[in-house]
Write a protein of this length. Structure first.
Length: 163
């Protein structure tokens, strides 16, 4: 477990260093930091049923985790229908296998609302941008793309695509 935590810490530090050479947003050495992570894990049942001869991947469950003081604290599994997840500006975004896209608050778990329903098509990708944390793009079945602007007071404005 210690090796996994060290790997996550190193990868996170490298990501921050690549984005900002001045490192002005990183705390001074020796200060405690906490980082939210979205982790995909394989359930024990799926791992047991998975055969290495198969061409399919085991079903993964998404969990919210907190990295703090060289420990990873795993939360309960998120929505088992989740096909894609991402986070932006303190909020989690989930896209399900049946096409529903919704947002929740990371710190409390409170569901903020549904962004879109792709009517039965799976969500293939949810993209956010660290330099523009208010912009969220969601790709769904049939090549549909929805772009949202996360506004003040947890309001999400739809910027493009079919609604």
């Amino acid at each position: 477990m210690e090796e996994h935590v060290k790997g996550i810490m190193d990868a996170t530090k490298n990501l921050f260093l690549e984005r900002n050479e001045n490192n002005s947003f990183l705390p001074s050495e020796g200060k405690d930091i906490a980082i939210w992570l979205l982790v995909q894990s394989v359930s024990d049942d799926a791992r047991h049923d998975y055969s290495s001869d198969c061409q399919t991947n085991p079903i993964g469950l998404w969990r919210l985790a907190l990295l703090v003081k060289n420990m990873v604290i795993l939360g309960s599994p998120l929505d088992p229908r989740a096909a894609a997840v991402n986070a932006s500006a303190g909020h989690g975004i989930i896209g399900t296998h049946d096409g529903l896209v919704y947002m929740w608050e990371l710190s409390t778990g409170t569901k903020l609302g549904t962004l879109h329903d792709f009517k039965g098509g799976t969500i293939s990708c949810i993209a956010t941008n660290g330099s523009r944390p208010r912009v969220i793009a969601v790709a769904g079945a049939g090549g549909q793309l929805q772009v949202y602007l996360h506004g003040r007071n947890n309001i999400v404005d739809h910027l493009g695509g079919d609604r």
